[in-house]
Design a protein around this ligand. Structure first.
Ligand SMILES: [Cu+2]
Length: 470
């Protein structure tokens, strides 16, 4: 058990930082020939206390997070990715039930965009909710350098809140002297263990994001875990509320947000919270750090009161379309066994058509396999008919947790009592666990299915699902 955060929670003793501004991106206007640009380029960011130098990052529009993209449900989003990086890149729109050609997976759905090149992304937004976008070419390095941002799709009618905050959390590995991103991408220890875990967790690019709030104010918090590998354990202090949505998709009924809120890499969580801290106090989103202590991740200084009483429990967010997963009991079932890693049992696996011992795989920087196969091959994990319900048993036969992300479609977990869990696009599967998911294969195309611990994906944990076009 970990200790609970208290109202006397500590902040790290750093100098006061700045509040990161979220740039609003201009909405696409009708009749324009060129879509608005999204420029992947180097930039500088003050991630650390001011006595440290700025950190050189790669970011969309030179920022990390990149511009906050905001649209309404049913809108079409268009962005021209312009690559001003020294390496090829592409953009994945995580959680959007998207047109396959726009999914951004280099090597599966598009060619990577060369330095100096561009690619026009244009796609419909069928679902409201909290999504994000990130580089999907050499993701281990590119996401670690800052190539990600929030994508917010608004409901037709806004919920009854006072205001909202998109909170993009990231875990940076910085040199402790220079505050620069260490370039040890693909270090074998990271590949073979828990992934690239960093030493500074930022929110919207700030290590000590501080915001203002009023007592009894009602906030919607859109939490996004953009970290390479860190599983965030979060908690509310001086805030009380409800989990409203997971991975963008509304829950049928708001659930009281209490105890540890677990957010694996790639996952999102929408909360509606009331500020219950007194005027003059500070409310916190707290984060359980490596040292076993709860630290303030985001602080709200409570100045004044919005009202003298709290509001009633909020109504559920309006449901998105296509939420049902029917016919699970009769569905075709496929097993995906995750193997490998340090302290694992993998003896040998197939890599590029060759059966290799674990030792030979390790020498090539590959440590993980799905069903005995390392990385992508020409053969998908499964081929589904359009509209077919598919069940996948994810068996984690490794010594580490993995956050499995399915592109293009959300799934529901099939729980032990055969009921279905909430719609998600990323599921955390702990070591030794076996978990079943089911989804309707209603989005045609080739969809990546991979671990979102990006070092694991880079060293073997990738497969794909084919959904036939008719
Ligand atoms: Cu993993």
């Amino acid at each position: 058990m970990t200790q609970s955060p208290s109202s006397s929670i500590n902040r790290r003793q750093f100098l006061a930082g700045t509040v990161a501004a979220l740039a609003l991106s201009p909405a696409p206007s009708r009749g324009e020939t060129a879509p608005p640009s999204l420029v992947a380029r180097p930039g500088m960011a003050q991630l650390t206390p001011k006595e440290y130098p700025e950190t050189a990052i790669w970011g969309f529009d030179g920022q990390a997070p990149g511009p906050l993209l905001r649209a309404r449900q049913g809108d079409r989003l268009q962005r021209r990715l312009m690559n001003q990086l020294p390496v090829p890149t592409s953009v994945h729109w995580h959680g959007i039930r998207i047109d396959n050609a726009m999914d951004g997976v280099a090597g599966l759905t598009q060619e990577p965009v060369a330095p100096g090149g561009s690619f026009d992304y244009a796609f419909d937004l069928p679902d409201a909710g909290t999504y994000w976008y990130h580089a999907h070419t050499m993701s281990l390095e590119q996401v670690a350098r800052g190539l990600y941002g929030a994508l917010i799709v608004e409901e037709p009618e806004a919920p009854d809140i006072d205001r909202e905050e998109a909170l993009v959390l990231d875990d940076w590995r910085l040199d402790r002297e220079t505050a620069q991103i260490t370039d040890d991408f693909g270090a074998w220890h990271d590949l073979s263990h828990a992934g690239r875990i960093g030493n500074l967790v930022s929110t919207n690019g700030a290590f000590d994001l501080t915001l203002a709030a009023r007592r009894n104010e009602r906030l919607r918090l859109r939490l996004i875990n953009a970290a390479n590998a860190r599983i965030l354990a979060l908690s509310l202090v001086g805030l009380e509320g409800w989990v409203m949505a997971l991975d963008g998709m509304p829950l049928d009924h708001p659930e009281t947000a209490q105890g540890e809120l677990i957010l694996a890499p790639g996952q999102r969580m929408d909360l509606i919270v009331d500020v219950t801290a007194d005027v003059g106090e500070t409310a916190h989103l707290a984060h359980l750090a490596n040292d076993g202590q709860w630290w303030s991740q985001v602080a709200w200084s409570v100045t004044g009161a919005a009202s003298s009483t709290r509001r009633p429990v909020p109504a559920a967010l309006p449901p998105n379309p296509r939420q049902a997963v029917p016919g699970v009991a009769q569905a075709r079932s496929v097993t995906l066994t995750m193997e490998g890693g340090a302290m694992g049992r993998l003896q040998a696996a197939t890599y590029e058509g060759q059966r290799l011992s674990f030792r030979d795989l390790a020498e090539r920087g590959h440590f993980w396999a799905f069903n005995g196969i390392v990385g992508l091959t020409d053969t998908p994990l499964l081929e589904a008919d359009l509209g077919e319900t598919i069940r996948i048993r994810i068996a984690n036969d490794t010594a580490f947790p993995h956050a499995m992300h399915l592109h293009g479609m959300h799934f529901r977990e099939v729980l032990a009592d055969a009921t279905l869990g909430p719609l998600r696009d990323t599921l955390l599967v702990q070591r030794g666990e076996s978990r079943d998911i089911a989804f309707v294969a209603d989005n045609p195309g080739d969809w990546l299915f991979h671990c979102h611990m990006l070092a694991h994906a880079a060293s073997g944990m990738r497969t794909w699902v084919k959904v036939r076009r008719s």
